[in-house]
Design a protein around this ligand. Structure first.
Ligand SMILES: Cc1cc2nc3c(=O)[nH]c(=O)nc-3n(C[C@H](O)[C@H](O)[C@H](O)COP(=O)(O)OP(=O)(O)OC[C@H]3O[C@@H](n4cnc5c(N)ncnc54)[C@H](O)[C@@H]3O)c2cc1C
Ligand code: FES
Length: 279
């Protein structure tokens, strides 16, 4: 069992858990993920490593409530335990000295971006970060991202904080500017990553995205997480989750993410009914 050492509610529907998992903490690297299961009958879900502390033997994950499992997860408190916390899985994000790297984080995507930006900076890169959210009340970890960036631009879709608009607008301006951008890393909702990749493509700047298809085992056995990259079928869990955003078949990814919408809806209704909730 993996004990929850700390729970923080970052914004109303996004929570942080620090989990006691010494073996994972020893090996975790930026960009890797875990397969989490609440109890023995629970669904397996992938969550990215947001932080880790080898000395303490802890690993931090940040998750957004979207469906049954993430809502069930949000009912847990410090002191509760998870049945499974398997990882670190997937390939770590490629980190070397590229020059100037622009890290774009959308919504809950800021959690995986922070350790990546920190690692990039420690390798001598200049890091310019863009943090976007729909609204001010959904923004979190602004200070954490600022502390690992040379420059931070914040946007909200509704203009309630920072610059009004989407993350792609300052990204395009940076690419058009005098400073050469050597690489872009974009993590967030698929649609945001798709449009970041579309923005950088005409400039020929390599753009790494972290794909989030539906996963089951996370170890290359079920084929559930397959995506098409450069016309070749890849398994996100073992070949990724990072891929070249210019080569991803985004329409296929977005369509596959919707495969089980009906079942996900029914599962949530059933769980809410069992909990005595009414929607
Ligand atoms: C490698 C990887 C790392 C991830 N890391 C994180 C993380 O650090 N924090 C976090 O909050 N989420 C992360 N996700 C997404 C997370 O796994 C899903 O949100 C979760 O599995 C949804 O489970 P559910 O039962 O709550 O919702 P479901 O009932 O399965 O789905 C509810 C809604 O969420 C959508 N959804 C389902 N799965 C995904 C997905 N993979 N990506 C986007 N939308 C999805 C569905 O289309 C549906 O609209 C990651 C996904 C992958 C593949
Ligand atoms: S999640 Fe099963 S092969 Fe990737």
């Amino acid at each position: 069992m993996y004990k929850i050492l700390l729970r923080q509610d970052l914004v109303p529907n996004i929570h942080l858990f620090k989990i006691e998992a010494p073996a994972v903490a020893k090996k975790a690297q930026p960009g890797q993920f875990l397969i989490v299961r609440i109890d023995e009958k629970g669904e397996r879900i992938p969550l990215t490593v947001a932080d880790w502390d080898e000395a303490e033997g802890s690993v931090t994950v940040v998750f957004m409530e979207v469906g049954t499992t993430t809502r069930r997860l949000a009912t847990l408190r410090a002191g509760d335990s998870l049945a499974d916390f398997v990882g670190p899985l997937g390939k770590p994000t490629e980190v070397e000295k590229f020059g100037t790297v622009c890290c774009v984080a959308g919504g809950v995507g800021v959690a995986p971006v922070v350790p990546i930006a920190r690692a990039l900076r420690s390798h001598g890169n200049k890091v310019i970060s863009i943090l976007g959210a729909r609204s001010k009340n959904l923004l979190f970890w602004e200070d954490e991202l600022r502390s690992v960036s040379d420059q931070l631009i914040v946007t909200t879709d509704d203009g309630s904080y920072g610059r009004k608009g989407l993350v792609t607008e300052p990204l395009k301006e940076l690419l058009e500017g005098d400073e050469k951008i050597d690489r872009v890393i974009a993590i967030g909702p698929s649609i945001m990553m798709k449009f970041c990749a579309k923005t950088t493509e005409p400039f020929g700047v390599k753009t790494i995205v972290s794909l989030n298809p539906i996963m089951v085992d996370g170890t290359g056995m079920c084929g559930c997480c397959r995506v098409s990259v450069g016309g070749v079928t890849k398994f996100t869990c073992v070949d990724g989750p990072d891929f070249d955003g210019h080569e991803v078949d985004w329409d296929l990814l977005l369509a596959r993410q919707r495969t089980y919408l009906e079942e996900e809806k029914r599962s949530l209704e059933l769980w809410q009914h069992q909990c005595g909730e009414h929607t």
